[in-house]
Write a protein that binds this ligand. Structure first.
Ligand SMILES: Nc1ncnc2c1ncn2[C@@H]1O[C@H](COP(=O)(O)OP(=O)(O)OP(=O)(O)O)[C@@H](O)[C@H]1O
Length: 299
């Protein structure tokens, strides 16, 4: 469905994408995950036919130039422009018309898509008056008006609240189940869990690419989760056999090689300091743990 072979992209002298090769299969929800500036937008724009690689080759739905098959591609850019002074339905109709569909077809597809995205009750609301999450849903709806086979979404949930993010992903699952392949970029590690496969991008390079389960299995360490109200924990645990300490919500994830040794050391240190009411248990590494470790190796 998508292949990239040794694709590099420069903007002037700045290298944004550095020798990326990957393959995405029909039916996937493929996630491109990485921090700001990693090169996610550049890759998506090349795949959507809006930018040409500086070197390397790519194919999308078998075409070497995605521009030629754009009627089969959907693309929701990071900053999607809706018409703020038009209603939800009017926006949808405009995007349908842009793709050259007849008025009758637009009405049929619009009803389906507004139902699908739960936007029907808001069809007469001005786009400017929608919440951030609803604006993103409208962007998705607009991008679906020509019923693409392959859908590119560039950070569709950035700046959207956690509940709306979940709803948005439910929609992507539904869309995928109906047969649309999805290529989505996100800076949120928790969203990587929702993808069939994930490529972690760092400084324009793919550092790792696998299923969430595969990425977790390749993780070479163990993770202990420590719950404590103490906020100087890094300082206290300096002498323990811990490779890295990262905060996750109100807990700490301690990266260790030997769970038994580290547990004994941590309990002893915290006991000596009279730090009480702690919880300490080994947990499955999250993808965030995996990516933090990968990023550390790269830095
Ligand atoms: N038009 C441009 N001219 C020059 N440099 C650019 C241009 N667009 C992007 N870059 C640079 O290329 C690199 C990759 O940018 P890109 O937008 O693809 O990353 P990203 O992962 O999508 O990040 P973000 O979420 O911040 O957009 C960055 O260093 C960025 O500053």
């Amino acid at each position: 469905m998508i292949t990239l072979t040794n694709v590099t992209k420069y903007y002037g002298t700045r290298m944004a994408v550095n020798g990326v090769s990957l393959e995405v299969k029909n039916g996937e929800i493929f996630g491109l995950v990485g921090p700001d500036g990693a090169g996610k937008t550049t890759i998506i724009r090349m795949l959507a036919g809006l930018l040409a690689p500086t070197s390397g080759t790519l194919t999308v739905l078998g075409a070497a130039n995605p521009e030629k098959i754009k009627e089969h591609l959907g693309y929701v850019p990071q900053k999607f422009s809706l018409y703020g002074d038009l209603t939800v339905m009017e926006n949808i109709r405009v995007f349908g018309a842009l793709y050259g569909q007849s008025a009758e077809k637009i009405d049929v597809v619009a009803s389906h898509i507004l139902g699908f995205t739960n936007l029907m009750p808001f069809k007469d609301r001005l786009a400017d008056n929608l919440s951030g999450g609803m604006k993103q849903k409208l962007a998705l709806a607009a991008g679906l008006m020509h019923q693409p086979q392959l859908f590119f979404l560039d950070e569709p949930t950035t700046g959207v609240d956690p509940v709306s993010r979940r709803e948005f992903w439910q929609m992507l699952f539904k869309l995928n189940k109906e047969g649309t392949s999805i290529f989505v970029s996100t800076p949120y590690m928790d969203e990587a869990e929702f993808c069939t496969r994930v490529a972690f991008l760092h400084n324009g390079q793919i550092v790792s690419c696998d299923s969430p389960e595969g990425l977790r299995q390749a993780y070479p360490y163990k993770v202990l989760e420590l719950g404590t109200k103490d906020r100087d924990i890094k300082e206290h645990l300096k002498k323990c056999s811990i490779l890295d300490i990262n905060m996750f919500g109100d807990k700490y994830h301690l990266v260790v090689e030997d769970v038994t040794l580290a547990t004994t050391q941590i309990q002893s240190v915290l006991g000596e300091m009279n730090i009480e009411n702690i919880t300490l248990e080994e947990i499955q590494p999250t993808l965030e743990d995996v990516f933090v470790a990968l990023a550390r190796e790269v830095f």
